[in-house]
Design a protein around this ligand. Structure first.
Ligand code: SF4
Ligand code: SF4
Length: 173
């Protein structure tokens, strides 16, 4: 648990560990399979050009929590054919292999044990433009309470706080 103002956030206390080659290989295999289901970049539809806009307050809270909800992201980070198609639509100049390469290049050297492969010490290591939409859409239970309690002011920082870049996205638990 992490106290953020008067709101309890679930927190992530898992240690960091080097990402082993097997996890990178699993991600690569998953993405190559997914890409076979994506015939072309998704350049139409409401989401293709935009990424979710996370408020500064939510970013700060998620930075304090350190991404509890990323812990079930596994080796695929919720990247299904729709997610990858949307990402490809933002970088249509890339070939499929290059897009997969960009995902692999975003894997951090170390991630939290038994968490999403992109879940690094500073937060999500994957650019927002490449994440699954669910990562940007999810809000855990306490966050709506946080929005109400803020009422235009940031909460007093308390609990386990350290300087760190914000965890900018989350995913389903
Ligand atoms: S949305 Fe996720 S990272 Fe943000 S506070 Fe909730 S559990 Fe933590
Ligand atoms: S926000 Fe990033 S670290 Fe969290 S589940 Fe999504 S891709 Fe993984």
């Amino acid at each position: 648990m992490v106290l953020w103002g008067d709101i309890e956030l679930p927190g992530c206390d898992r240690p960091l560990t080097p990402v082993p080659p097997a996890r990178r290989q699993a991600l690569a295999a998953h993405l190559m399979k997914v890409m076979t289901e994506v015939p072309a970049p998704a350049t139409k539809g409401p989401d293709w050009a935009n990424t979710p806009q996370t408020s500064a307050d939510v970013r700060a809270a998620c930075g304090a929590c350190r991404g509890h909800c990323c812990q079930k992201g596994g080796d695929d980070a919720y990247l299904d054919f729709e997610s990858v198609g949307l990402a490809w639509g933002r970088f249509p100049h890339l070939r499929k292999e290059e897009l997969v390469g960009a995902y692999l290049a975003a894997v951090p050297a170390r991630s939290f044990v038994n968490s999403c492969i992109f879940h690094a010490e500073h937060g999500c290591n994957l650019p927002e433009t490449m994440r699954s939409p669910v990562c940007g859409a999810y809000l855990c239970g306490p966050l709506p309470q946080l929005k109400i309690s803020l009422a235009g002011k940031p909460p007093a920082v308390s609990g386990r706080q350290r300087a760190r870049r914000p965890m900018v996205n989350r995913a389903l638990t």
